[in-house]
Each structure stands twice: as C-alpha cells, then as structure tokens.
Write a protein that binds this ligand. Structure first.
Ligand SMILES: O=C(O)CCC(=O)c1ccccc1C(=O)O
Ligand SMILES: [Mg+2]
Length: 317
C-alpha cells in the first residue's frame, strides 16, 4: 500500500479547562493509505501525551522513518508505546476494506462548560436533544463546585443524566466529600450517572476503596488510557466503568478482543480528534458499548458534519 501523511494543527474555539491545565491547540496527523486497486483509507493519529499516549513528535518521527510503501505487517507490528499510531494506521487499514458508515444507534453526551457557565448552557443543549451531560470538576474551589453541582442537579429535568469528571484532580478527602454528596442525592434523584477518575493513576488502590465504600458508580479514564493499562486494571479487579478513548488506547483489533472477552462496561470518548478519527472511534463505540451508554463525542448534531468525506479534510491540509 502507498502511505502518505499530513500533520495538522487546530486551535480550539474555546480552550478546554481541566485539572491538567488549559488545552488550546490540537495537533495530529492524517494518514492516507492507497492499495493496488486504488481503494483509499484515511486514518488519524491524535496523541494526547498528558493523558498517557506517545507525544505528537514521537508520532511524526514514526511516520517519517516509514517507507512510501508499507504492508499490513508494518501496521500489525507498531509497538504498544505508540498507541495513537496503532489506532491511526489500523483504522486506515480497516477503512480500505470495510464500510465506513457509523451505525446510528448511538446516543451522545454533551460537554458542559466548566464552572457557573454550565448552568447557562444546559437548556440549549437539552432543547437540541441532548440528554446526557458531562461537567468537569476539580477545577475551582470545592465548596463552590459542590454548591453549583447541587444547583445543576436541581435544575436538570428528571430524564437527564449527569457525569462528573475530576480528571484526577481531587485529594482523597475531597473525593470523599464529593461521593458523600453524590450518594445522598442518589437515593432521591437518579440523575447522576457516574464520577470519572477522582484520583491519579498511581492511586488505583484508593479509587478501588472509594468504589467499595460509596454507591455512586465510578469510571476510570486516565487510569486506562492505553490497552496495557486497561488490561492491568481489569486484572487487579476493576469491574466499574471503563472510559475508552479509542484514538489513544491502541490497536482497534486488540481492543475489540479485550472488550468481547471480558464484557466490560464501557463509555467511549473522544480526545478532540478530527472527523476522521471520530468516525473510526464511533464505529468501535457502536460495536462495543454493552450498556449503550452515551458516547463522549460532542453532541449529536455534529453527526452530519462527521459523515463528510475524509477527502475534504485531506485536501485542506
Ligand atoms: O468524554 C467526554 O464526554 C468528552 C471528552 C473529554 O472529556 C475529554 C476530552 C479530551 C481529553 C480528555 C477528556 C476527559 O474525559 O478527561
Ligand atoms: Mg475524563
């Protein structure tokens, strides 16, 4: 197959604030494979090094050292530490050989702005059809955040679902404060779906302790950024929710195998890749989401835009 690649760099209209800091620019690489009969497959490498994948520079270096003609074997032997490269190449290869449309059974989770702005935003999203919302915590003062949270839960209609994402930004005692609040809500209000990654990756044992002590479901995200980490957390006994970011987790075929063998409870989520990476990620989500939890890939009204040809994006780079 002929192999070509083009790097891209896009500024967010609205930088993303997480407990890891402010994220302003998304850099990645679009891949194009062309086989002997002229079939074309696009793929995307969208690394997120602060989350546990290789760096953008590592991915560029890997692409640079490849020849202009590569084989399926080249792709099958990309090492695990280049997990975003594994995803990009393997999804391009899949697009060469399979139907790239996304099954439309998915529901989408909408990301609320951090802080007070969430209270101003959810109504618009609700009226556009979104029913699952995600709100980042661990960003501001905890007392203020918990107060806003209670207001938000109060305001949201009974049919809404809310996810909290701490991005590993809480201390153990802060996590306990949050979970006490969440648990006491839970008895009267089914709105809270889960709390995501309360503590850091190295605090796995403490997260497990929290999951035993509180009834609010917990989800691992940073802890399971790559397939190796996913396997390790499963082996250590995690049976809560696993957030899967397909663009950085690694090889799609290995991911399929793991999810099917172990029937894990997954939430698929984007790393703000372009339409090309999203298409491949959403196909995996549709295949592998056992409980049909909403996917964290922006809102459903981006869908049509997503289905445009990869060609257009390629031409624009
Ligand atoms: O998961 C979602 O619903 C939206 C995506 C999201 O929150 C996210 C996007 C990029 C990097 C990290 C994260 C995260 O879940 O922590
Ligand atoms: Mg997260």
């Amino acid at each position: 197959m002929r192999f070509e690649y083009r790097p891209y760099r896009r500024s967010f209209r609205q930088p993303l604030q997480t407990s890891h800091g402010l994220w302003t620019v998304r850099e990645g690489i679009i891949l194009r494979l062309t086989d002997d009969v002229g079939r074309v497959g696009f793929g995307e490498i969208a690394p997120l090094s602060w989350f546990g994948s290789e760096r953008f520079e590592d991915a560029i270096e890997f692409c640079q050292q490849l020849p202009e003609v590569i084989s399926f074997d080249t792709i099958a032997t990309i090492p695990a530490h280049l997990s975003a490269c594994q995803f990009g190449f393997e999804s391009a290869q899949e697009m060469l050989t399979t139907d790239p449309t996304i099954p439309s059974k998915l529901t989408y989770s909408a990301l609320l702005p951090t802080g007070f702005a969430a209270l101003d935003r959810w109504q618009d999203l609700w009226s556009q059809g979104d029913r699952t919302f995600k709100w980042k915590i661990g960003v501001a003062d905890i007392e203020d955040e918990i107060q806003l949270f209670e207001q938000l839960v109060d305001e949201l209609p009974a049919k809404a679902l809310l996810r909290l994402d701490a991005n590993a930004g809480l201390t153990f005692s802060q996590a306990e404060m949050w979970l006490q609040r969440c648990d006491s809500l839970g008895k009267t209000d089914p709105t809270l779906e889960f709390l995501e990654q309360p503590l850091t990756v190295s605090q796995f044992g403490l997260i497990q302790e929290l999951s035993r002590k509180y009834s609010t479901p917990l989800a691992l995200d940073e802890s399971v950024a790559t397939l190796d980490q996913l396997r390790e957390c499963y082996q250590k006994g995690w049976r809560g929710i696993f957030v899967i970011k397909p663009a950085i987790v690694g090889s799609p075929s290995q991911l399929r195998k793991f999810c099917r063998e172990n029937a894990i409870d997954t939430v698929f989520s984007s790393v703000f890749e372009t339409a090309i990476g999203q298409q491949a990620g959403l196909r995996l989500a549709a295949e592998l989401s056992l409980k049909n939890r909403a996917v964290g890939f922006g809102t459903s009204h981006w869908f049509d835009e997503l289905m445009e040809e990869g060609d257009r994006l390629w031409q624009s780079l």
